[in-house]
Design a protein around this ligand. Structure first.
Ligand SMILES: Nc1ncnc2c1ncn2[C@@H]1O[C@H](COP(=O)(O)OP(=O)(O)OP(=O)(O)O)[C@@H](O)[C@H]1O
Ligand SMILES: [Mg+2]
Length: 582
């Protein structure tokens, strides 16, 4: 195989020497073309095809690297071997740095060296080319791979973004659904930590927070807290921590637990009447905790109690009215007969006294007169004659009192009165005191200051009587507590004030501390022992006065001094008339 060599050499003599050297050692292997200038070399390179370039600039390569560079640019594929005259490492290194394959010092070469160098340079260039081609292929493949993987990755990212958005949307939807549930929902883990709470739960069980929540009463979110730090279930007046209660049991056994009438006591001390169900939280077949859903049953309980109270009142009222009616008739004839007996006794005693006087005057020493005197003395006749009228008048008084109480009972009970009617409040107060006499007579004196000019007011008489009864009984209880051995005072006054009437009921009982005063109108709030109070008295009073009559109820109290309740009722039964009067 022939190796075509382009020899660039300005010196013809040197060129001939090289050509001869190659001819001898190559023995026909080399076909050398001589270019006397770089310009000719460039032209030849443009026209023919060569396998290697030999460059001999004489001493010029040291001073003119520009020409070497021109050749290297024109023949990037070909190995370039530089011949130098100078035995200087730096010159060779400069040539190699510029891109030459090799360099030879002219004084040290011969035909074999030259042949070997040209051949190796050519082979090296071939290997390098092959390597560069392989590298380029590899690079290309790599780039294709990068493009392919980038495309796949961006598709995966887009998919993930879409999935995450869908997940977020579904989470928002789920939160919105749970937040809009009327029932409170709490999800607990096995240890009793709240994993999730909805808005109803936050509102019902949360304590006020300083962080304002838009449009809602500020409450702290419950999620993340321990259940015992939020509320405990109360069973038989005992607070059950999570550890001992049914929520943990549900999480452990997986059995449902349900109660229709339970109390949750919040960390802040509020009691919440609820119906709740607790079911296990199961994920992938594993019991992970529990789900509590609960609803506030205060309104339901209140309505139940009111209905019960109303039906009790109605039946007690009916019974009382019936009894009053039954007692009324015999009371009347007992009174009539007593009056008759009194009158008759007056006549009989006169006749008796004058008969005795007559016998004593006409037959003073007769046996009949003596016997009559003895019998009169034995029977204590003088005493009987003196005491008899008094006994009768006392009995008449008693009967009068019975008929007054019976009348008060009839008027107080008002069975079945459902419409508002005009009522004389002063009389209603007197009736209330008459029927509740037993509650206060051993405890207090009553000071009455009733406005004689009080107009009648339009109201539900049965319910207003109930209000006054509750207030009088509360006053009596407070006095009994404060003064177990002495009597206190209950002062009741009525006044007209513009379009309203005020009823003021004051006592000198225990009074109330602020924490009691703040809660007295709450249904079921009582400080009294079990069986002594249900805590409904004042809740009913407020309902009757405010909700049913558009009136007001205010309390003024001082611990250790006493309490005064003031009730304002619109005269015409219409709340609008109250506003102008204050
Ligand atoms: N005149 C008062 N003086 C002092 N405390 C009072 C007075 N009136 C009410 N209270 C307090 O308010 C609480 C609630 O009164 P409320 O009448 O609602 O219920 P109760 O009297 O306890 O029970 P109930 O009336 O249902 O039998 C009472 O337990 C008591 O602590
Ligand atoms: Mg009461």
């Amino acid at each position: 195989m022939t190796t075509r060599v382009l020899l660039v050499d300005e010196s013809g003599a040197d060129a001939s020497k090289v050509i001869a050297m190659l001819a001898v050692s190559g023995r026909g292997e080399f076909h050398v073309t001589h270019a006397p200038t770089v310009g000719t070399a460039l032209t030849l390179l443009g026209g023919g095809s060569f396998d290697a370039i030999l460059v001999d600039f004489g001493k010029a390569v040291d001073v003119s690297p520009g020409r070497l560079a021109a050749l290297l640019v024109a023949a990037t594929e070909l190995p370039v071997v530089v011949l130098t005259e100078n035995d200087d490492e730096d010159v060779g290194a400069a040539a190699l740095q510029a891109g030459a394959q090799d360099y030879l010092v002219k004084s040290r070469i011969n035909g074999d060296v030259l042949r070997r160098v040209i051949r190796y340079s050519r082979e090296r260039t071939c290997v390098q080319r092959a390597f560069e081609t392989a590298l380029a292929d590899h690079q290309k493949r790599l780039e294709e791979l990068v493009v392919e993987r980038t495309g796949k990755l961006s598709r995966e990212i887009a998919d993930r973004v879409r999935i995450e958005a869908a997940l977020r949307e579904s989470q928002h939807r789920m939160q919105a659904i749970t937040d809009n549930l009327f029932e409170g929902v709490l999800v607990l883990d096995q240890a009793g930590h709240v994993i999730l709470s909805n808005q109803s739960a936050d509102l019902l069980l949360g304590e006020r927070s300083d962080v304002p929540l838009a449009g809602k009463e500020p409450k702290e979110p419950l999620a993340g807290k321990e259940i015992d730090a939020i509320f405990t279930l109360v069973v038989d007046k005992r607070r059950l921590p999570y550890q001992d209660g049914p929520f943990r049991q549900v999480a452990q056994t997986g059995e449902l637990h349900q109660e229709d009438d339970a109390v949750f006591q919040t960390a802040g001390g509020r009691s919440l009447m609820v119906a709740f169900a607790c079911s296990p939280l199961i994920d992938g077949g594993q019991r992970m905790g529990s789900i509590i859903s609960f609803r506030d049953i205060r309104a339901l309980k209140k309505a139940q109690q009111e209905a019960l109270q109303a039906s009790k009142l109605a039946s007690v009222g009916q019974l009382a009215a019936g009894i009053a009616h039954e007692i009324n008739t015999p009371t009347q004839y007992i009174g009539d007969n007593l009056r008759f007996i009194g009158d008759a006794f007056g006549v009989v005693s006169e006749v008796l006294e004058s008969s005795m006087a007559l016998v004593a005057a006409e037959l003073p020493d007769s046996a009949a007169a003596v016997k009559l005197r003895d019998e009169a003395e034995a029977a204590d006749l003088d005493y009987l004659l003196a005491e008899f009228p008094q006994a009768i008048s006392q009995s008449l008084e008693g009967v009068g009192q019975v008929s007054r109480i019976v009348l008060a009972m009839k008027e107080f009970s008002h069975p079945g009165e459902r419409e508002k009617v005009a009522v004389n409040l002063n009389r209603a107060i007197e009736n209330t005191l008459a029927v509740s006499r037993n509650e206060w007579k051993h405890v207090a004196e009553i000071d009455l200051d009733l406005d004689a000019a009080l107009p009648q007011i339009v109201c539900l008489p049965g319910e207003i009587n109930q209000v006054m009864l509750n207030l009088v009984v509360n006053a009596a209880h407070a006095i009994q507590l404060a003064k177990p051995t002495a009597k206190g005072r209950i002062a009741i006054a009525t006044r007209r004030r513009g379009a309203a009437v005020d009823i003021v009921i004051g006592d000198d009982g225990t009074g109330m501390p602020d924490e009691v005063k703040d809660r007295i109108f709450d249904p079921f709030f009582t400080t009294k022992a079990v069986g002594m109070g249900t805590g409904q008295g004042l809740a009913i009073c407020r309902d009757v006065v405010v909700a049913k009559h558009g009136g007001r109820i205010a309390v003024d109290t001082e611990e250790g001094k006493g309490t005064t309740f003031t009730i304002s009722l619109p005269i015409d039964g219409n709340s609008a008339s109250l506003d102008g009067s204050q």
